[in-house]
Ligand binder design. Structure first.
Ligand SMILES: Nc1ncnc2c1ncn2[C@@H]1O[C@H](COP(=O)(O)OP(=O)(O)OP(=O)(O)O)[C@@H](O)[C@H]1O
Length: 470
């Protein structure tokens, strides 16, 4: 590097300030101060937090690339290459993480080392130190922007989504069962993509409810701000589990499935009301609280044969087929005697003990399987001895499945359909669908497709010009 104007024909000329890009960090335009007095380059970042295994430590941080626009923050992550004590120009020393990134200035691109520092009020988000300047660089201290100018406008365009690089994410799977097929697959697939995936036992999370800083604690420490949460909330912990998710939602963490959608999908009455409100076809369903209304309930669903379903039922255990009106009255009166809540449903005979599980990720059905009940059973649940096979679904089935998942705003959903003579009918929307049956039946990498969606969702969005984002 040469300072001044000693060379007649400098190969690469820089002024004391230049527009630079760090494409690998998702920072397409920043103004940097060229500081030959500093050895290492520095990036002004905040929320600097190391994570990942000790053998390959990583660091997450965020950058406000536009001075004065604190509403625009770009989340970044990188491998830590070193920790160094750095003395800044005001004489203060601090230990800083060192990362490696490619810098782009004009038509050149080369790797540099950067230290991360959190010092507010700096006019330049980046200092370009002498170590980053090659032998053929000449710095002209009296000039600005010798290389082509860039524009902050890029942060306000949809290009931001395209320029966002693949970034190592810190993800939590909220699950009480770390060893189940679904949880293990989510961990293995995330790690295979380079992400750091932690399994957090939902029931062991505890929370500080505070107006200023909603936090979730675990094992004596405060949980970090994750890039994404994958909830696997079992039916027995729905209420507590969704409270934990709400806490993450409050701080703006991307949750694959939101607390509202999980809560609504778990409550059979509420779920049917949501389906009806969105005009999504389902078997005619009725419910009532008083025994005086039994006859009316039966006729509302078209009479016997009919289905009586316990609201608490899972795996088909509380689902009864009443072949005659007498049988229906007896089952209803028995459930009432036990003070059990239930609903009554039209029996879709032509489904013939088969249902279709559509796995929806984002706004697509990514796989489907047909479940066939055990010989003589009208229930197709695998837990009741049924079996599953891959199936081709129709366009109408695909559309209704996506519509049902959208109605609950779920980004991962198992939508169960019955094939009726009157088109597909949604039976249920499951917010923690198992991955084993569907991956095996379809031969597809569902966990991988879910990570595609997560990686897409946690990319920074373009920020409207001049408008502050909360
Ligand atoms: N209205 C109906 N008409 C025909 N068959 C039905 C009807 N309702 C349920 N079934 C059959 O019974 C099975 C179990 O029903 P459902 O899924 O509603 O019960 P569940 O106990 O909530 O099960 P899950 O654990 O899947 O939530 C279905 O997969 C389907 O095969």
């Amino acid at each position: 590097m040469i300072t001044g104007t000693a060379l007649a024909e400098p190969l690469f000329r820089l002024g004391w300030e230049e527009w630079v890009a760090l494409p690998g960090l998702g920072l397409p335009a920043m103004k940097a101060k060229v500081d030959t007095g500093a050895r290492t380059s520095a990036l002004h970042a905040f929320d600097i937090e190391p994570f990942g295994p000790a053998s390959r430590p990583k660091v997450r941080f965020a950058v406000h690339p536009i001075p004065g626009r604190e509403d625009l923050s770009i989340p970044c992550s990188a491998e830590i290459v070193d920790r160094r004590e750095v003395t800044s120009s005001n004489g203060d020393s601090e230990w800083r993480f060192v990362i490696r990134a490619e810098i782009e200035v004009g038509d050149r691109r080369w790797p540099i080392e950067l230290t991360l520092t959190h010092r507010g009020g700096m006019a330049y988000r980046m200092l370009l130190g002498r170590q980053a300047l090659g032998e053929d660089v000449v710095v002209s201290p009296g000039e600005s922007f010798c290389q082509p100018r860039l524009s902050y406008d890029v942060y306000h365009t949809s290009e931001m989504r395209q320029v966002a690089p693949a970034r190592v994410l810190r993800i939590a799977v909220l699950s009480r069962e770390p060893h189940t097929y679904s949880t293990s697959r989510l961990v293995a697939e995330g790690e295979a993509r380079g992400h750091v995936v932690e399994v957090i036992d939902t029931a062991r999370c505890y929370m500080a409810l505070d107006a200023l800083a909603p936090e979730v604690h675990y094992d004596g420490t405060r949980l970090p701000r994750y890039d994404a949460i994958i909830p696997r909330i079992g039916a027995s912990v729905t209420s507590y589990g969704t409270a934990v998710i709400r806490q993450f939602e409050t701080v703006g963490t991307y949750c694959v499935n939101g607390s509202d959608g999980i809560t609504a999908s778990r409550d059979k009455l509420h779920a049917h009301q949501i389906l009806a409100r969105h005009r999504i076809g389902m078997p005619t369903t009725a419910f009532a609280a008083s025994p005086k209304d039994t006859n009316n309930l039966i006729s509302l669903v078209g009479g016997a044969p009919l289905i009586v379903k316990l609201l608490e039922s899972t795996q088909g255990k509380g689902v009864v087929l009443a072949e005659t009106k007498k049988a229906a009255e007896s089952v209803i009166s028995a459930f009432r005697g036990l003070k059990a809540s239930f609903l009554v449903q039209h029996f879709i005979k032509e489904a013939a003990g088969e249902d279709i599980r559509c796995l929806v990720v984002g706004s697509k059905v990514v796989a489907a399987m047909k479940r066939t009940g055990a010989e003589g059973d009208f229930r197709s649940n695998l837990h009741q001895g049924g079996h599953a096979d891959a199936v081709r679904i129709t366009r109408a089935e695909r559309e209704i499945a996506v519509k049902a998942a959208r109605a609950f705003r779920l980004n991962l959903a198992g939508v169960d359909l019955l094939r009726s003579s009157d088109g597909p009918k949604v039976l249920e929307v499951n917010s923690s669908p198992g991955l084993e049956g569907i991956e095996k039946a379809s031969g597809k990498n569902i966990a991988g497709l879910l990570y595609d969606e997560i990686e897409k969702r946690v990319r920074p969005l373009p920020v409207p010009k001049g408008r502050r984002r909360k």
